[in-house]
Design a protein. Sequence first.
Lengths: 268, 199
Amino acid sequence: MPTRVGGAGDNGAVPLYRDDAIVLRTQKLGEADRIVTLLTRENGKVRGVAKGVRRTSSRFGARLEPFMVVDVQLHVGRSLDTVTQVETIGPYARPICDDYGLYTAGAPMLEAADRLVDAEREPAVQQFWLLSGALRALAGRDHAPSLVLDSYLLRALSVAGWAPSFTDCARCGAPGPHHSFSVATGGAVCARCRPPGSPAPAPETFALLAALLTGDWAVADVADQRHRREASGLVAAYAQYYLERTLRSLRHVDRTVPVPAHRPDLEA
Amino acid sequence: MYEGAVQDLIDELGRLPGVGPKSAQRIAFHLLAADAADVRRLADALLEVKARVRFCEVCGNVAESERCRVCLDPRRSDEVICVVEEPKDVVAIERTREFRGRYHVLGGAINPIENVGPDDLRIKELLGRLADGRVQEVILATDPNVEGEATATYLARLMVPMGVTVSRLASGLPVGGDLEYADEVTLGRAFEGRRVVGR
Ligand SMILES: [Zn+2]
Ligand SMILES: [Zn+2]
């Protein structure tokens, strides 16, 4: 239910509600408006019209760009709600679009969230916190962008009900570690459950995947490039399988220039 | 759903940018009710533009011959190239009368969610124009929104090591906006105050 704000109107409430929101995507509408798809904290996924934001006089165009986390007020409409106020909470768009590696790692996060929170107006509070945390880590360069992306995908899929297992067998539960990986079975598989043709990733890759799933950054941050690459391939396959459609933006992730690790000791 | 021809028209109109299903239906019924001569003029204009207008082989702007008017103009400088997303941005910048160099039209911005990557834009052609060393400065005038900024970031990363000065339009253009909606004064100021992002 929308949180009612204000006290005017016949029934003691104006049809306004206010919520925290992540801007997932924007589409042009007519001459100067945009439709913004928001993942809100209380109201789930909401699509709203932002009027005039493509004109130079718009006050809040910059705040309704993808990757922004905002405090937004919407006016309830018959099909689409209208954005009436926006304040910035997490100004992540600027740092993300100023670094191509961050931008291309962030895009699949927004695309996955849009896909995972399928229905509009169904609360998805865990998905909201997961994505806003991941965007903060990405914009703050806390970890390598591809690690932030892979960790986000694994955790968002888990919240959606498709939690992988990277140690115990995903089919029979036999304690791991195991050698084979099966996307369709749900991760690590023992020798008996292993479907023919299952790949056998490096043990370090299994360890990295487990660390990404649980947020064990001490382990993930020191993984070498080879295992990061192998893990990314498996995460991509896992995400595509359970989302039942390709994440189009995944193939555009820029993996050519490694971004230097976050160095708090160098900050002013 | 309507009968064959009407539904076909609604479907085709609905594929146009900014036209939703309701607008498509409204336009379709407007055309059904209109004079045959008016509809023929519209159809002719559509066919004519496809037959006569093409894209400049140098810069990607709209052109009525192999090269566009800007590329054919001998009075313009070959030393500066202004990079824009769409031909309509060329029109917006020409209105300011601030810029006397050449253009390069990318054909869009890098937008992974819409499956548009660097290879889908005219970026190779841009790098090709820098090869002979005549170009001294490239001004990045992509839209001041996330996709345009990210495209500018990508291009700067590619071109700065090539020894060319790369600059970006000054702020004053609000982020989130479309270049084509900037008024002449704002856009002109953004040109004058452009900042060098690398050389
Ligand atoms: Zn098993
Ligand atoms: Zn031209």
